[in-house]
Design a protein around this ligand. Structure first.
Ligand SMILES: NC(=O)c1ccc[n+]([C@@H]2O[C@H](COP(=O)([O-])OP(=O)(O)OC[C@H]3O[C@@H](n4cnc5c(N)ncnc54)[C@H](OP(=O)(O)O)[C@@H]3O)[C@@H](O)[C@H]2O)c1
Length: 279
């Protein structure tokens, strides 16, 4: 039975975005070790030598570039004739006050976290529909369920991922395709470093400077508690090997308590609790 299962997984073709670091890289590693055929993609392919050595097929892919998305999917289909799993993981956090973040920057946040993944979904669906099966795993965040100060556009992008995934799930169920949301809490990766740059960039004399330093202090404090990205890789594996995957999975530092409290507390009480953490 085990041999049969490995053989079956061995035929499964997976595309992962954002596989040059963090949870994407860890997911690629895990799926390779389980016998999946993994197309690992990102812009910084120079960071993916170890994945290539482990058997991954490396694709240079910028999710904001339609051509690069198109040729990645074309390449997979021409080499494998199908695509079973898409893991939309690439993303980053744009931090800054809504008053101060330019609409251009905000648009870029949405391009990377929402429109890029959506374009990929559009391109893989015809192939998944043809084979009457497939799994689309979208990496959201606890920020897909709550707003945090100076994180408005990141939350907006992840709320969008949540809404899109809920609609998509209902549209493609009829074709045997599953849509899964993963909501990580704090996870050790390059994410925090990249996001924090936004907070250092607030304009001189900004009305939000005090808030930014509080948030920096808070995130520095919690950084060391963040979970290993393998926690999320395990959830991806679980979701794509399950015959009936859950609609949402969560993992990583504080994800469980945050999502629980958001569900049971009033909005006002939740706000209060959140802001108390940042004093
Ligand atoms: N870390 C956390 O605490 C946390 C919590 C909740 C949710 N998340 C979400 O989890 C996902 C993975 O993040 P991570 O924590 O693993 O962060 P990470 O270490 O910064 O990895 C992000 C990945 O996304 C890729 N990426 C960024 N912009 C891209 C673009 N334009 N085109 C293609 N790839 C791009 C990066 O690759 P290149 O730069 O090489 O392209 C990198 O491989 C993200 O969607 C993030 O928002 C993270």
């Amino acid at each position: 039975l085990h041999i049969l299962k490995v053989k079956k997984l061995g035929n499964k073709i997976v595309l992962i975005t954002g596989a040059s670091s963090g949870m994407g890289k860890e997911t690629a590693k895990l799926l390779l070790s389980k016998g999946f055929i993994v197309y690992a993609s990102a812009r910084r392919t120079e960071q993916m030598g170890s994945l290539e050595q482990s058997g991954a097929k490396i694709l240079k892919l910028d999710v904001t570039d339609q051509n690069s998305i198109g040729s990645a999917v074309e390449k997979i289909i021409s080499e494998q004739g199908k695509l079973d799993v898409l893991v939309n993981n690439a993303g980053f956090g744009l931090l800054g006050a809504i008053e101060e973040v330019s609409i251009e920057q905000a648009r870029y946040q949405m391009e990377v976290n929402v429109f890029g993944p959506s374009r990929l979904i559009q391109l893989v669906l015809p192939h998944m529909r043809a084979q009457q099966s497939g799994k689309i795993v979208n990496i959201s965040s606890t920020s897909g369920k709550m707003g945090v100060p100076l994180s408005g556009w990141y939350s907006a992008s992840k709320f969008a991922v949540e809404g899109l995934s809920d609609s998509l799930r209902l549209e493609v169920k009829q074709f045997g395709i599953d849509v899964v949301l993963i909501e990580p809490g704090g996870v050790r990766s390059e994410w925090g470093g990249i996001a924090r740059k936004g907070l250092h960039n607030s304009p001189e004399g900004s009305a939000y400077n005090r808030m930014a330093s509080k948030i920096l202090k808070f995130s520095d404090k919690s950084e060391s508690k963040n979970s290993d990205p393998s926690v999320i890789a395990d959830l991806v594996l679980q979701s794509i090997t399950s015959l009936k995957p859950k609609i949402r999975y969560h993992g990583g530092y504080m994800a469980g308590p945050i999502l629980f409290l958001k569900k049971v507390l009033s909005d006002r009480l939740f706000d209060k609790l959140l802001m108390m953490q940042m004093k």
